[in-house]
Design a protein around this ligand. Structure first.
Ligand code: AMP
Ligand code: TRP
Length: 334
């Protein structure tokens, strides 16, 4: 019998356009993992509506994110690529798991605290509940590994706690998932304030590079990236701007930071920045071309998300039924 491969689950929200941070911190790593694992890559549209989305934009972005997955090298035939709202078990499991999650746990989440500060009283209950839906995503597939950026570590730990609590209350139901945080690219910082993470929701577009930014825009944004007056290309916490650009270059080209330091010794930042920009352009241009082709081929995308939903529904419903049974719900039929 073939040995069962370990399961990987990850997802990205179709809220706003994806950045180089999403690409280097998440998608690029997924591409490497698909050979060895049984992978589920989800477009988490239910998560996206925790803040208001224009319906037309949400539709377009959901398909764009899916296209980016495929264009970046995730092979649909080898993986389950699907849209979260196509699998109702996610919403249902999130409700069930809610009843095994404490208010205190949710209100302590850093991301919630940050966002609720921004939205004040009109922060939705969905935003508080967001990590429980994420736990449902992960646990429904009996996931072993969850590749995410460092910013999601706290949510993942909560998912583990919820799983453990459910298992202890009843009996072994969920696999306890582990985080998989790749060394390189785990946190790409803002180009304008390298102490903050690069984020698609930043007000200043010069702070991020979008996966779909045209080459001339990428060059301009990199040339304007904040560095320092030290003038030496060195991987050091004292030079967060330069350090971030080095991380980007190293993650894309595979050069080590020592090799990069050596290459630019005695040269200042001009050539270094040019090379960073060219590396990004070379990496993203072919992906952009492919994305444009894919979003134009609605029938092809539909065939992928239909097949993905079928597989995902099957697996997720199995776990959901197990949960219902343990909780004490009466099955409609056996
Ligand atoms: P989000 O954009 O919040 O839906 O994040 C999707 C994925 O991209 C998650 O795995 C994040 O950890 C990752 N990610 C987002 N921004 C960054 C960043 N600046 N650096 C590294 N990873 C990131
Ligand atoms: N919350 C994640 C983020 O913003 C996205 C996400 C939702 C996710 N469900 C997930 C990531 C399950 C990994 C696994 O980045």
């Amino acid at each position: 019998m073939e040995e069962k491969r370990k399961v990987i689950f990850s997802g990205i929200q179709p809220s706003g356009q994806l950045t180089l941070g999403n690409y280097l911190g998440a998608i690029k790593n997924w591409v490497k993992l698909q050979e060895e694992y049984d992978c589920y890559f989800c477009v988490v549209d239910l998560h996206a509506i925790t803040v208001r989305q224009e319906p037309k934009d949400l539709r377009a972005r959901t398909l764009e994110v899916m296209s980016i997955y495929i264009a970046a090298g995730i092979v649909p035939e080898k993986n389950t690529i699907f849209i979260q709202s196509h699998v109702p078990a996610h919403s249902e499991a999130a409700w069930l798991l809610n009843c095994y999650t404490y208010m205190g746990e949710l209100s302590r989440m850093t991301q919630f605290k940050d966002k609720s500060q921004r939205y004040g009283d009109s922060v939705s209950a969905g935003l508080l509940d967001y990590p429980v839906l994420m736990a449902a995503d992960i646990l429904l597939y009996q996931t072993d590994l969850v590749p995410v950026g460092v910013d999601q570590k706290q949510h993942l730990e909560l998912a583990r706690d919820i799983a453990q609590r459910f298992n202890n209350t009843y009996s072994e139901t969920f696999v306890i998932p582990e985080g998989y945080i790749a060394q390189n690219g785990a946190k790409i910082m803002s180009l304008q304030d390298p102490t903050k993470k690069m984020s698609k929701s930043d007000d200043n577009p010069n702070s991020y590079i979008l996966i779909m930014d045209p080459p001339e825009v990428i060059r301009k944004k990199v040339s304007r990236a904040v560095t320092d007056s030290i003038g030496v290309v060195k991987y050091s916490d004292e030079q967060p701007g330069v350090k971030n650009l080095m991380t980007i270059l190293s993650t894309i080209t595979g050069q080590t930071t020592e090799q990069i330091e050596e290459k630019y010794e005695g040269q200042g930042y001009a050539q270094f920045k040019k090379d960073v920009a060219e590396a990004i352009v070379a990496e993203l241009e072919p992906i952009q071309k492919k994305v444009k082709e894919l979003v134009a081929d609605k029938a092809y995308l539909e065939s992928i998300y239909k097949a993905g939903a079928e597989k995902a529904n099957y697996v997720a419903n199995k776990t959901l039924r197990k949960m219902q049974k343990k909780i004490g719900f009466i099955p409609v039929s056996k």
